[in-house]
Ligand binder design. Structure first.
Ligand code: ADP
Ligand code: MG
Length: 902
């Protein structure tokens, strides 16, 4: 792959015939070509006044992608194409270029065009890439925007069990906030981490390993970057600019990844030194967090909706944060649920306290809503890119801190002493930063302009020199303002006017009839149709004074402003710490708001590994379903629940709600249930069988087996495994074989707590064969031939009758379904004789509702074919020409079961 994801044709602005620079080009084009050569992996946009221009081939690309006009520019050397985008709303154009796979180098004018002698100097001030955008307009505030790098290494002796012992380092930087994360792990762990971090851009080391997005089910731009940046020595040296003695804290692969990603971040920011705002490099251990493999992330729909469209994700439905800081924090919590019981319980405790104090909570959320995105602000401040408004935004955010502290001190009137108060600890971390606040207040005007070179930024009274200059300017203007009256008096010309225009400055205007009364000291400035304009030496002197003072004031303001900005930047660490505390408070308040509004319960964390949920609900489905049926779950450690029931009866929802309760609890949230006692789970695995794919044949079978073993390999007794219709994509016999093999493997080898949904009724016999396997089932009732799902789980295997619904869903021809149903009703009636209730079922309504009047719908009781005769006649009715293999199998299964039941 070419650099910057740009293939060979997508060249930069330099047409081959133009490089190397030849002296026939105009100075401006020469400058452009030089910049293009220095940034050959990017498309260079060149500031010309209010536009970013591209020339030659780059112009063609810009015109095509941004849908702007391609013009021809003509100069002494000939004609060449040119295309420009307006700087004022460059954001959407830049986005289009990024989406088209370009890196964009912005070459700004770095000297004042008016002061420049000859060509204005230009320099690349930033290179914009998908992972390193800092422009707010291009950034989604909800999520962090990472650029990541990976570097791998294979240990010579190989792994213990013959599996490869690749170690992969991963480093990610959020350039907009300065957050930098470093970790390492085996290939699979890092693939999961990449899923979780979801970088916008991924840099791979030249020696691999590769993580193509489609293999991990993610979406990022793969980029190559200077291979030398990944070399251990170089990378360590780079990292050494940020932390002392990196080799003591970071593994080799970590150093290589971190060094490379930092080099890249520096490059894109147009800086040649270390990035000041990357103040902390956080190394973390993937084993500190509940691991969710990529299939789990997707199938539990934590952040991504699989049935794209209306659906919401868990994060969407849980996010009641009011600030961008809080939103990102909540996302991080959900992406990295905790494993440490104390930390989990501390979050629960804080959520509980906020839940108990609704007024305090609302007050806090009201204040938090006024918080600006401190992490990004401090990033801009440290990068020297913040304007005066940014400092005011910081000020506005600092103003809420005392309010937050006050709200948190309010114990809601109760004087009960709490044993440990996580909120109190949080309050202590809310540093009001009064020094910074006062500085901004004294220095920066309340509603400053965005432009930082044109004055109007610094407050009166902040700097004496500035005040003097402003006084001079004011006095001068006051003198001019009085001039009209005094000159009228002096000259006796009543129509005399004093005015100002851009070109000529101040003037005294006298109409032609009065010209004979003009005094000697008037000098002609401009002749109009019916009047003359004059100035006097005194007016000229005053004018120069005003202009001089104004100009010097602007320059001084700029200096003062950048001074204040650096002073604030020096406090970046404290601001970041405050940002972190605010983020945490917002995330906690969001969790407790959800907990209260949706009647979630505080889970208790237990150590015997058993999952016990009473009245559990699916946090997302319950919000779209008018009447969600809560269900219980009791899963001792290492048990395997085989869940049977027809399609659409609620199996998948049930399994997922259990997994989601676990994830929520370990993220610090309350859970949607009446009561919950949950263990600390180390990993959640999910496997969802391929959707019905009759043509899939063996390849599907092989794939499912392969995926299954891969997924299950790392499960431990503390893991939670969800297998949903595994084996479904294959022929019935293969599917059952896979399913059996999986259950056996989980039971004998892994001892992980497992939920296994299947529509293969035969698998219910596994409970007889394996000690820790038990059956659960979902049922449906039939009324007037319509199927109604109860969505209620019950112990024991399902009655075998659901096969008809399965057949119907699978599209078995109408006549067969009808016959089967007639026949089933006959059987039902026989079974319903006194002691016929479903064994082990606590769910009598199933059978009651199923007991519809036999005379309904399907003809006379006496006509219902029974026993072998019924099977034969059903068989005769099958229209073989219109039956698929799958349907035939289901029909056969159905008929066999009938015979077995006799
Ligand atoms: P299965 O996996 O058995 O085919 P699903 O879990 O996909 O069934 O559920 C099918 C549909 O039934 C869901 O989309 C949802 O609308 C509804 N549903 C599932 N569980 C419940 C429940 N407990 N209460 C109400 N509706 C439910
Ligand atoms: Mg399902």
């Amino acid at each position: 792959m070419a650099k910057a994801g740009i293939d060979e044709e997508r060249v930069t602005g330099v047409p081959p015939s133009m490089a190397p620079v030849d002296d026939e080009l105009t100075p401006m084009l020469t400058q452009y070509v030089e910049l293009c050569t220095a940034h050959e992996d990017a498309l260079v946009l060149f500031q010309v006044g209010d536009f970013y221009e591209a020339f030659c081939e780059a112009a063609e690309a810009v015109a095509r992608i941004c849908e702007v006009t391609l013009t021809q520019r003509e100069d002494s050397t000939g004609e060449y194409p040119m295309a420009g985008i307006p700087i004022d709303n460059a954001a959407s154009y830049l986005e289009a270029l990024l989406n088209a796979g370009y890196r964009v180098a912005i070459a700004d004018q770095v000297e004042d065009a008016e002061e420049a002698t000859g060509l204005v100097d230009r320099a690349v001030t930033q290179v914009i890439t998908p992972g390193t955008i800092v422009d707010d307009e291009l950034l989604e505030s909800a999520t962090a925007n990472y650029v990541a790098a990976v570097a791998g290494e294979t240990t010579a002796d190989g792994g213990p069990d013959g599996r490869s012992a690749d170690l992969v380092g991963l480093a990610a930087v959020d350039v907009s906030t300065g957050e930098c994360l470093v970790t390492d792990g085996d290939r699979e762990t890092i693939a999961e981490e990449l899923q979780r971090i979801a970088p916008a851009e991924l840099l791979g080391s030249p020696d691999g390993p590769e993580f193509p997005p489609d293999t991990v089910g993610a979406d990022w731009e793969e980029n190559e970057y200077d291979p030398a940046a990944f070399e251990l020595d170089r990378a360590s040296e780079r990292l050494g600019e940020y932390v002392a003695a990196p080799e003591r804290r970071f593994s080799r692969v970590q150093r290589r990844a971190a060094g490379a990603v930092l080099a890249y971040a520096e490059y894109t920011q147009g800086d040649d030194g270390p990035l000041e705002y990357v103040s902390r490099i956080r190394r973390y251990d993937t084993r500190d967090h509940l691991r969710l493999d990529s299939a789990a992330l997707r199938s539990l729909e934590l952040f991504e909706n699989r049935n794209s469209g209306d659906g919401t994700t868990l994060f969407d439905s849980l996010d009641r944060t009011v600030s961008a800081l809080g939103r990102r924090r909540l996302e991080r919590w959900l992406r990295r649920p905790l494993l440490d019981r104390d930390r989990i319980e501390a979050r629960h405790e804080a959520v509980a306290e906020l839940a108990d104090r609704p007024i305090v909570r609302e007050e806090i959320r009201d204040h938090l809503a006024a918080a600006y995105d401190l992490e990004r602000l401090v990033g801009r401040i440290s990068r020297g890119r913040a304007d005066a408004r940014d400092l005011r935004s910081l000020h506005a955010t600092l103003e809420i801190v005392p309010e937050l502290r006050a709200a948190l001190s309010d114990d809601g009137g109760s004087d009960a002493e709490r044993e440990s108060d996580p909120l109190e600890a949080l309050r202590d971390r809310l540093d009001p930063l009064s020094d910074v606040r006062e500085l901004i207040d004294e220095a920066i005007a309340t509603d400053p302009p965005t432009e930082i070179t044109e004055g109007g930024i610094v407050c009166e009274g902040f700097d004496e020199r500035l005040d003097d200059l402003r006084a001079t300017e004011r006095d001068g203007r006051a003198w001019v303002a009085d001039l009209e009256a005094s000159e009228r008096e002096r000259t006796g010309i009543d129509s005399l006017k004093v005015g100002h225009n851009q070109v000529h400055g101040y003037y005294i205007e006298v109409t032609d009839p009065n010209l004979d009364r003009v005094p000697d000291d008037y000098r002609r400035r401009q002749t109009l149709k019916n009047a003359e304009r004059f100035y006097t030496p005194e007016l000229k002197r005053r004018e120069d004074e005003i202009l001089g003072a104004a100009e010097r004031a602007d320059t001084l303001e700029y200096e003062l402003f950048t001074g204040v900005r650096s002073q604030v930047a020096a406090e970046a660490d404290r601001i970041q710490a405050l940002a972190s505390a605010i983020a945490e408070l917002d995330a906690l308040a969001s969790l407790s708001t959800v907990a209260v509004e949706r009647e979630y319960v505080r889970p208790s964390v237990r150590s015997d590994g058993e999952i016990e949920i009473e009245g559990g609900r699916h946090p997302v489905v319950e919000r779209t379903q008018s009447e969600f049926v809560p269900n219980d779950a009791t899963l001792p450690r290492g048990s395997i629940a085989v869940i049977t029931g027809p399609n659409m009866s609620g199996k998948s929802t049930y399994m997922r709600q259990i997994a989601l309760c676990v994830v929520l609890a370990q993220s610090g949230s309350f859970v949607p249930a009446q009561r919950a006692r949950l263990p600390v789970v180390d990993r959640v695995f999910t496997r969802v069988g391929a959707s019905d794919d009759i043509a899939g044949g063996e390849s599907t079978f092989m794939r499912e087996m392969a995926e299954l073993t891969e997924v299950l390999h790392d499960a431990t007794p503390d893991s939670l495994v969800l297998l949903d219709e595994v084996g479904r994509g294959t022929a019935t016999t293969d599917g059952q074989a896979i399913a059996r093999a999986a259950v056996e493997f989980v039971h004998e080898e892994l001892e992980a707590t497992t939920l296994f949904a299947t529509h293969y009724h035969d698998l219910t016999t596994l409970a007889d064969e394996y000690e820790r396997v038990f059956n659960l089932h979902f049922t449906a009732t039939r009324e007037d031939g319509d199927v109604t799902f109860l969505h209620r789980v019950a112990r024991g295997p399902s009655s075998s009758s659901y096969g008809v619904e399965v057949a119907e869903m699978a599209g078995v021809p109408e006549p067969v379904v009808r016959r089967a149903r007639e026949f089933l009703e006959a059987v039902d009636r026989t079974e319903r004789s006194p002691a016929g209730a479903d064994e082990g079922s606590s769910d009598s309504t199933v059978d009651d509702d199923g007991d519809t009047d036999p005379r309904d719908g399907t003809g006379q009781e006496g006509d219902v074919p029974a026993g072998r005769h019924g099977v034969l006649s059903a068989l005769r009715e099958v229209d073989l020409a219109r039956t698929t293999p799958m349907e035939a199998l289901l029909t056969l299964q159905e008929l066999q079961e009938r015979l077995d039941d006799e």
